[in-house]
Design a protein around this ligand. Structure first.
Ligand code: NAD
Length: 264
């Protein structure tokens, strides 16, 4: 299927590795022009080189910590300017909030989680919508988590803040639909990225298990009996950013191998 996004300009945040990188790769494979952002210049530049070599896509790397809300207008302006004053696609992604049980998190962790997980999405949307409105075409997708649907033990910040991201984006989808801007969220299940590798020992200790046993238990809990490959999520996001997805908005889509049990 031709996704019809060749030469569309896309900004993907948190794109130096993991799921964000896979989304950037899937969009680049469809011919999109890319601006990618993450905090560390060296890993970000390496990711940009990798994407250019794999796909031949033009890739602009803009170092940015999306939890520094004051830096977001500049990020969006640079991305748009670089590609002829346009920005068609935004994929909001970043690192997940840290492990923490409900009574253990301090105020600073709540504030940081709020800025990283919710406020960054709000600030990115505010900055990109005017570009999309001007051309009456836009796609916004946020990568959240199945925690927005079913809480994950120990990931309190995620359990509390991801539903807020869904609430915000559902509201936004209603306000910008008339401008032909589609807004959706995807909820990843389990993917063995750096984040997952970093969390495993903490989770395992919490449950009195070894990381290896916990990994096996988590794989067995997925109806497809395996973790996802990041590119499997990347391609779903690319579809939601595409022309054929032109009547899909306000949706929250688990990409989890069937893990979530909810019927709707
Ligand atoms: P990851 O840690 O492997 O990669 C995160 C990417 O975001 C990296 O490029 C990192 O440099 C960048 N990043 C981190 N903090 C940033 C910031 N403040 N500003 C800009 N860039 C930043 O994570 P991942 O596994 O790819 O997960 C991506 C998102 O999906 C996270 O929010 C995570 O919680 C969520 N998620 C992941 C899984 C999974 O199984 N991997 C499952 C559910 C949800």
């Amino acid at each position: 299927m031709d996704l019809g996004i060749c030469d569309r300009v896309a900004l993907v945040t948190g794109a130096s590795e993991g799921l964000g990188f896979a989304v950037a790769r899937a969009l680049a494979e469809e011919g999109a022009k890319l601006a990618i952002a993450a905090r560390r210049t060296e890993t970000l530049e390496a990711a940009a080189r990798d994407l250019r070599e794999r796909t031949g896509a033009p890739v602009l790397a803009v170092p940015c910590d999306v939890s520094r809300l004051e830096d977001i207008p500049q990020l969006v302006a640079r991305a748009a300017e670089h590609f002829g004053d346009r920005l068609d696609i935004l994929v909001c992604n970043a690192g997940g909030p840290p492990f923490g049980r409900p009574l253990d998190l301090n105020d600073e962790q709540w504030q940081q989680g709020f800025e990283l997980t919710l406020r960054s999405v709000v600030a990115l949307c505010r900055a990109v919508v005017p570009h999309m409105r001007r051309r009456r075409w836009g796609r916004i997708v946020a990568i959240t988590s199945t925690s927005a649907r079913e809480p994950i033990d120990g990931l309190t910040l995620s359990n509390a803040l991801r539903p807020a991201v869904h609430g915000y984006l559902k509201s936004l989808s209603r306000d910008v639909g008339a401008d032909n801007i589609l807004v959706n969220t995807v909820c990843p299940g389990s993917y063995l990225t750096q984040r997952h590798r970093d969390l495993l020992p903490r989770w395992a200790a919490d449950q009195g298990m070894t990381p290896e046993d916990l990994l096996r238990q988590r794989e067995a809990a997925v109806p497809l009996r395996r973790f996802g490959e990041p590119i499997e999520l990347g391609r779903v996001v690319a579809f939601l950013c595409s022309e054929p997805a032109s009547y899909v908005s306000g949706v929250s889509l688990p990409v989890d191998g069937g893990l979530c049990r909810g019927l709707l």
